[in-house]
Design a protein. Sequence first.
Length: 70
Amino acid sequence: MKGDKRGNELAEKEKKKGKKGVPLEHKFQGKGMRKCRFCGSARALIRSYGLRICRRCFREVGEEVGFRKY
């Protein structure tokens, strides 16, 4: 039974491959995947401390998130 289950898992992974045999999980990576949590913009992103917020949204919600304006 275990061998059959593993064979099904491998078959599922083979199905999820795109062109040129690259798995779909590895196909979409990089700057295009980084989006602002609030507005969805990919420009001027603040990734420090795991924020993933664009600078425009950060100005609006920075103090609520726990940052002080100096």
